[in-house]
Design a protein around this ligand. Structure first.
Ligand code: DX5
Ligand code: ZN
Length: 225
């Protein structure tokens, strides 16, 4: 778990016609992780891309590939995402009845295991799987689309999760509506990995991506000090 705030741009807001170039651009611009939003049109009301697309861009960078799987069922596909080159694999607690099994599978595949909670899901949904987790992703929007408004009620959940994990080395990640304005709220509450799509990809150039990433990181780091 990192002391410095990590920024994980979501390629959902990138130009898909040149996805590989966009991944290289955000890494050059200072992104720590590459956040990959996988959607199935069933668990969430949108469809994006799957393991073959991730595999195709894997050779464009050595950066950490952070897969956010918004799919149900998820277990039949975990091996494919590991083989595609995802470093961390996050599943939703709401996506199936066997979260503990999914997390064990991810670690058995040699990948970092994450769980995500939708805004309405209470933190006690993960109380009994804490020792199987490398990352907890708290959604600050209802998943499915970029560009939605940040839901402030989740800030209290960040605090509760931070207290719940105690000394365990678990990253707390936030996803949805992250901007230089909202980043300090969640960083002060205990989050250390911030996903941002719209706020990173505006501008369309490496220079603008760099400025956008730095603005979020500085706002968050100042709030964590
Ligand atoms: C939405 C995705 C997010 C999304 C965030 O379901 O999980 O990663 O791309 O987009 P912004 O930063 O625009 O809210
Ligand atoms: Zn995401």
């Amino acid at each position: 778990m990192s002391a410095r705030t990590l920024i994980a741009p979501s390629v959902l807001s990138s130009d898909f016609s040149k996805l590989g170039d966009e991944v290289e651009a955000i890494v050059e611009a200072g992104a720590d992780w590459v956040h990959l939003d996988v959607m199935d049109g069933h668990f969430v009301p949108n469809i994006t891309f799957g393991a073959p697309v991730i595999k195709a861009i894997r050779n464009r960078t050595d950066a950490y590939f952070d897969a956010h799987l918004m799919i149900a069922p998820v277990d039949p596909y975990l091996a494919a995402f590991a083989e595609a080159g995802c470093d961390g694999i996050t599943v939703h607690a709401e996506a199936g009845p066997h979260l503990d099994r999914s997390l064990q599978t991810i670690r058995n595949l040699g990948r970092k295991a994450g769980v995500s909670l939708n805004p309405a899901t209470p933190e006690n949904a993960i109380e009994y799987v804490l020792d199987r987790l490398d990352l907890i992703l708290l959604m600050t929007i209802n998943p499915g689309f970029g560009g939605q408004a940040f839901i402030p009620a989740v800030v209290e959940k960040v605090r509760r999760v931070k207290a719940m994990i105690g000394e365990r080395p678990i990253d707390i990640q936030i996803d949805g509506g992250v901007t230089p304005e909202t980043a300090p709220l969640i960083a002060a509450a205990g989050a250390n990995v911030l996903v941002a799509g719209t706020a990173v990809f505006k501008g369309g150039t490496v220079a603008s991506y760099r400025a956008n990433i730095e603005a979020i990181r500085q706002a968050a780091d100042a709030a964590r000090e």
